[in-house]
Design a protein around this ligand. Structure first.
Ligand code: FPP
Length: 231
């Protein structure tokens, strides 16, 4: 396939509805959703995609019921610990980005360990956005930028965002029929192609990701220029 996206980002949505359709607790949807994460990573590695990022938990998600939050956080910790050997075997660099102030020390420890251990891997970069929101990111960047401005040492604004060094997403996928950005990568998605599908996240596996990539590959990106200019 030509025109492969370098960075695919996904808003994983619909776990709760998937579980409800089966008369189960929401956490079952998240557990099944973790299997979709696995499948999408596998395909990304197979296709040589450079960056795959996933919106796992937003700053607004802290308002969910306590037991669901706890379930999600332990699923996160379990996935990190279980998948670490897979990251190494597949040369995956693993990163977690977001506001750490509300995360437990134990989870932060697991995250840092996995990040350090995989930091020199050169294959797929897998990024999990956890306790992240676009407005949070722009706000924290602006605060630090202003401090450096005062000292006369400010660089590029982009380099203050927590995504520093990561190319902007080429393709954003959102599952479950919702067509909005929900405070995700607000700055970074300025020229990103959007792909919406009714498929619920636990049902979004390799064939569905392949379709999304195919659709992306057929689009013309102009970045504000005319068709003639980009030829
Ligand atoms: C959205 O569905 C999903 C989430 C808020 C959590 C996503 C988390 C996982 C898939 C867990 C595993 C993640 C990793 C990185 C191992 P929803 O609960 O908003 O569904 P609804 O809209 O149907 O209620």
């Amino acid at each position: 396939m030509e025109n492969l996206p370098k960075h695919i980002t996904i808003i994983m949505d619909g776990n709760g509805r998937w579980a409800k359709q089966r008369g189960k607790e929401r956490i079952y949807g998240h557990i099944e959703g973790a299997e979709s994460v696995r499948a999408c990573c596998e395909l990304a590695v197979e296709m040589g995609i450079e960056y795959l990022s996933l919106y796992a938990f937003s700053t607004e998600n802290w308002n969910r019921p306590k037991d669901e939050i706890m379930g999600l956080m332990s699923l996160m910790a379990k996935s990190i610990l279980e998948e670490k050997p897979t990251f190494q075997k597949n040369n995956i660099r693993f990163m977690v980005l977001g506001d750490r102030s509300q995360l437990s020390e134990e989870l932060i420890g697991d995250i840092d360990k996995a990040m350090e251990e995989t930091a020199s891997n050169t294959g797929l970069t897998l990024i999990v956005f956890l306790s992240y929101s676009g407005k949070w990111d722009i706000r924290q960047a602006a605060t630090r930028y202003a401090e450096d401005m005062k000292k006369g040492v400010a660089g590029e604004f982009e380099d203050y965002l927590c995504t520093k060094g990561i190319p902007d997403p080429d393709l954003l996928i959102r599952t479950s029929g919702e067509q909005r950005i929900s405070n995700f990568l607000l700055w970074q998605c300025a020229y990103t192609e959007f792909y919406f599908t009714d498929t619920l996240w636990p049902d979004f596996r390799k064939p569905q990701l392949r379709s999304a990539i195919k659709t992306y590959a057929s689009r013309e990106r102009r970045f504000g220029k005319t068709s003639e200019q980009i030829k």
